[in-house]
Design a protein around this ligand. Structure first.
Ligand code: ADP
Ligand code: ADP
Length: 232
C-alpha cells in the first residue's frame, strides 16, 4: 500500500539545514494498522505528511498503491491524495461555524459528486462514527471525543484506502482516546489501511505493528528479536 525506499527530507532555512528523514525505509501492507512512535522532533510528522502527499521529499522513492510519487506534478499528487488518502489530526481541524453535516461535506465538494451522492456519503460516514443524530449540531456542542469522531467521518466520506492519523488522541482524555482507538480498529477491520503517529504506548501496543522513528530513521520494532515474533 505504502512503500518508502531511502526517502530523505531536508528542511533548509537561512540559518540551518535539518535532516528530518534520513534514507527512511518503510513498507506498510494493505490492511495493516501501523503505529509510529518516536521522540519529539524525530521526523514522525514529516513522514506522515510525505506519506499523505502533503509534502515532497528530496531523495528516494515513494510508491503509494504501486504508483511512484517521485517526480509527480503537484496536480497529479493532489488528485492521487484526494482519491486515496484520509487524514485526521490531533486538533480535529473542524470548521467551527459549519455544522457536522457541512464539515463532513468540505472535502467532498471538490470531487464532482452530485448533491445526492454527497448527502448519502455524509449520512453514512456520520452513522459509522455514531453521530448521525447530531448532523445539525456545531463542533463546539460536542465533546473532544465526539469532535474527533466527526473528523474521522470527514476522512471516511472520501472512502480512502489509507487513513493517516497524526496524534489523533493527543487532545483527549484516556477514556475518549480508547473510544477513538476502538473506532479506528473497526475501520481497519473493514479494510482501510491505517498509519497512526502516537505518543501513547497503550494505543501503540494495540496496533498490529510498531515502527519507531529516531533522527529520521525508521526501525520496525515488531521485527526485533526481543519482541519474540521472529523466533516464535
Ligand atoms: P516529530 O513529528 O517527530 O516531532 P517533525 O517531523 O515535526 O518531528 O520534525 C522533524 C525535524 O524537522 C525537526 O527537527 C523539526 O524542527 C524539523 N522541521 C519540521 N518541519 C519543518 C519546517 N517546515 N521547516 C524547518 N524545519 C522543520
Ligand atoms: P465522548 O466520550 O463520546 O466524547 P462525553 O462522555 O465526553 O462523550 O460527552 C457526553 C456528552 O456531553 C456529549 O454528548 C456532549 O454533547 C456533551 N459534552 C461533553 N463535553 C462537552 C464540551 N466540552 N462542550 C459541550 N458539550 C460537551
Amino acid at each position: 500500500m505504502l512503500e518508502m525506499r531511502q526517502v530523505s527530507k531536508v528542511y533548509r532555512t537561512a540559518m540551518v539545514e535539518t535532516h528530518a528523514l534520513r534514507s527512511l525505509d518503510l513498507h506498510v501492507r494493505e490492511g495493516e494498522f501501523v503505529a509510529v512512535t518516536g521522540p519529539s522532533g524525530s521526523g514522525k510528522t514529516t513522514f506522515l505528511n510525505i506519506a499523505g502527499l502533503l509534502e515532497t521529499f528530496n531523495d528516494g522513492d515513494y510508491l503509494l498503491d504501486g504508483e511512484n510519487v517521485r517526480g509527480m506534478s503537484d496536480d497529479a499528487r493532489s488528485k492521487l491524495r484526494n482519491r486515496k488518502i484520509g487524514f485526521i489530526f490531533q486538533g480535529f481541524n473542524l470548521i467551527p461555524d459549519l455544522n457536522l453535516f457541512d464539515n463532513v461535506d468540505v472535502p467532498l465538494r471538490y470531487r464532482g459528486l452530485s448533491a445526492a451522492d454527497r448527502k448519502a456519503r455524509i449520512e453514512k460516514a456520520l452513522s459509522q462514527v455514531g453521530l448521525a443524530s447530531r448532523m445539525k449540531h456545531f463542533p463546539a456542542e460536542l465533546s473532544g471525543g465526539q469532535q474527533q469522531r466527526v473528523a474521522i467521518a470527514r476522512a471516511l466520506a472520501g472512502e480512502p484506502r489509507l487513513l493517516l492519523a497524526d496524534e489523533p488522541t493527543g487532545n483527549l482524555d484516556s477514556q475518549m482516546a480508547r473510544g477513538v482507538m476502538e473506532l479506528l480498529e473497526q475501520i481497519n477491520a473493514e479494510g482501510t489501511t491505517i498509519v497512526m503517529v502516537t505518543h501513547d504506548p497503550e494505543l501503540a501496543a494495540r496496533a498490529q505493528r510498531n515502527v519507531h522513528i529516531v533522527d529520521g530513521v525508521a526501525t520496525d520494532l515488531s521485527l526485533e528479536p526481543r519482541h519474540g515474533r521472529l523466533r516464535a
